[in-house]
Design a protein around this ligand. Structure first.
Ligand code: DX5
Ligand code: ZN
Length: 216
């Protein structure tokens, strides 16, 4: 089944616990946490203290998406928190393989992400064979509520082919502009995991479960 990762960027920060509680009990769910530093991307969100507190109030597996210039810092500082997956950007790191190997010591799943301007061929096959997840950005990272870029579909198809060709087993995650229409295209192109923010959280809490199951 397709995993859905609701991005709390679109949740109610003044009542975050209620939004997170409303998601509990839904199957195949990760909680997507967008960490932005105001440097790798222009926007800023939240960091270590909020992630730590979230980990104490929910059993939903946490999925951390680092949109930061120095991912090494967060990978080290978050290591004692129960995080299922941590993803950093290929564009932010000169030695991504080394950082993946470091992160694998602390987290069950480690991902690499590419922005819309980065092509799949820029990810070394050696790196692909070491990651658990590849996050394809379908919007320019930094903000929720943007329009899905169809160019991401071709990238997911390429990744699916590479995975088959080299018998690899990473998951493919898509992030940005996911809604009922784009989720169908993303799943057809090979997405195993869909991040969705505004499409889920614009609804009432009572309907989160139904919306999430419709997406997959
Ligand atoms: C954008 C973030 C996304 C964002 C998605 O930089 O990585 O996770 O929250 O939001 P929607 O689903 O509203 O496009
Ligand atoms: Zn994200």
């Amino acid at each position: 089944m397709t995993t859905i990762s609701p991005s709390i960027l679109a949740a109610d920060f003044m009542d975050l616990k209620s939004d997170v509680d409303a998601l509990s009990g839904i199957n195949d769910l990760w909680l997507h946490l967008d960490v932005m530093d105001g440097h790798f991307v222009p926007n800023m969100t939240f960091g270590i203290p909020i992630i730590k507190q979230l980990s104490n109030i929910t059993s939903i597996p946490l999925d951390v998406h680092l949109m930061v210039t120095n991912p090494n810092f967060h990978i080290i500082e978050l290591k004692d928190i129960n995080i299922q997956n941590i993803t950093f950007h290929l564009e932010a790191e000169s030695n991504p393989l080394k950082l993946v190997e470091l992160a694998k010591q602390f987290y069950p799943s480690v991902g690499i992400s590419i922005k819309p301007g980065t092509s799949v061929s820029e990810i070394d096959i050696d790196l692909l064979s070491h990651v658990d997840l590849v996050l394809v950005m379908s919007v320019e990272p930094g903000f929720g509520g943007q329009k899905f870029m169809d160019s991401s579909l071709e990238k997911m198809k390429e990744l699916t082919e590479l995975r088959d060709l080299h018998s690899l087993d990473f998951k493919i995650q898509i992030d940005g502009g996911v809604n009922l229409e784009t989720s169908k295209k993303a799943i057809a192109a090979g997405a195993d995991n869909l991040v969705a923010g505004s499409y889920i959280f614009k609804n009432s809490k009572e309907s989160y479960s139904e919306i999430i199951n419709t997406l997959r």
